[in-house]
Design a protein around this ligand. Structure first.
Ligand code: GDP
Length: 309
């Protein structure tokens, strides 16, 4: 088991008793521990560097109030800064999906193959169909949901979405590998309008790695569909690589939010910080199981705690 950050810091903190201010000297050792903890949580190195620099800048010269030792004060700064960076500074409703559009509201799902796009499409479809909400008092009401797959490379992906849609209790619009992604998107849009769907979720093809053809294809889909939400789905287990993948998708598409999947694994979730840092977009949901019920709204504070260990 990794020694958790709180334990490690409390050892360092003991050596700092009696000092009244955070200084270059007394913060150095603590920041080294913070840096280690973030790297162990798989936060990408440039993101760790930026974060530690920011914390240092905030902390230096800070008066240590009351019974707090400089060490405890610094841990406080680390926690609040991490929570803010994870989206705590965006206000309580940052995790809401925005669907306030002349129906159908369109949600485009983007991400690498295996990230969990199709599963997440099913989870979101169920979420919207049942009218679940992220905050008490902000009920959105039950939605009439249509899902479609624009993955023209893998017939199995289309079938997988059909299965998932049936489990979620929403309508599935068949598509096939003879069609172009644009043709599928146009059909789906027309179908959703004609039959008065509230929300159209569009699952897209993923590749094993980022490639230009894939980015061109999804950009074209975006231009055609003009989605109100473009969600980047990323596997929390992806660790350090998440930062490059997020950058490529963010450059190609105006993302509106992130879904971090497979948080039920043993990853510490450092990818959340990396992806937020690169895209500037809020993590809206997390995936916590393979089942369609395994979707939760994102909580910045819980995530900060998990990353720090
Ligand atoms: P896609 O290629 O991006 O559409 O990915 P899939 O939706 O097919 O998911 C790939 C694999 O990850 C499948 O075996 C899913 O069951 C699994 N998966 C997706 N989301 C989660 C999650 O939140 N937790 C766990 N444990 N597995 C997940």
């Amino acid at each position: 088991m990794l020694d958790n950050l709180t334990n490690r810091l409390s050892r360092v903190v003991k050596t700092l008793r009696g000092e009244a201010r955070l200084t270059e000297a007394n913060t150095q050792e603590i920041l080294r521990e913070v840096r280690m903890a973030l790297l162990e949580a798989d936060v990408a190195l440039p993101v760790v560097r930026d974060f530690v620099a920011k914390v240092k800048e905030k902390a230096l010269g800070e008066e240590v109030v009351g019974s707090l030792t400089p060490g405890q004060a610094l841990v406080g700064v680390v926690h609040s800064e991490l929570t803010a960076l994870m989206g705590g500074d965006l206000g309580p409703y940052a995790a809401e999906l925005s669907l306030a559009q002349q129906p159908p509201a369109i949600v485009l799902m983007a991400g690498l193959q295996g990230a969990g796009k199709t599963t997440t499409t099913g989870k979101l479809a169920r979420w919207l169909r049942e009218g679940l909400h992220t905050h008490e008092g902000r009920k959105t009401g039950k939605k009439k949901v249509l899902v479609v797959s624009a993955d023209v490379y893998r017939p199995a992906a289309i079938e997988q979405l059909r299965t998932v849609a049936a489990q979620a209790g929403v309508d599935f619009l068949p598509s096939n590998t003879e069609q172009s992604p644009e043709e599928i998107a146009r059909n789906a849009l027309e179908h959703a309008r004609r039959y008065h769907y509230d929300v159209l979720l569009v699952d897209t093809a993923g590749r094993l790695g980022v490639d230009e053809a894939m980015m061109r294809e999804i950009s074209a889909l975006h231009a055609l569909l003009k989605p109100i939400e473009t969600l980047f789905v990323v596997d929390a287990m992806q660790g350090q690589d998440a930062v490059n993948v997020a950058k490529a998708f963010n450059d190609a598409l105006p993302l509106t939010g992130v879904v971090l999947t497979k948080l039920d694994g043993d990853s510490r979730g450092g990818a959340a910080l990396s992806v937020r840092h690169v895209t500037g977009r809020p993590v809206k949901f997390v995936g916590v199981s393979e089942k369609l019920t395994g979707l939760e709204p994102f909580h910045p504070e819980r995530m900060a705690q998990r990353i720090l260990g």
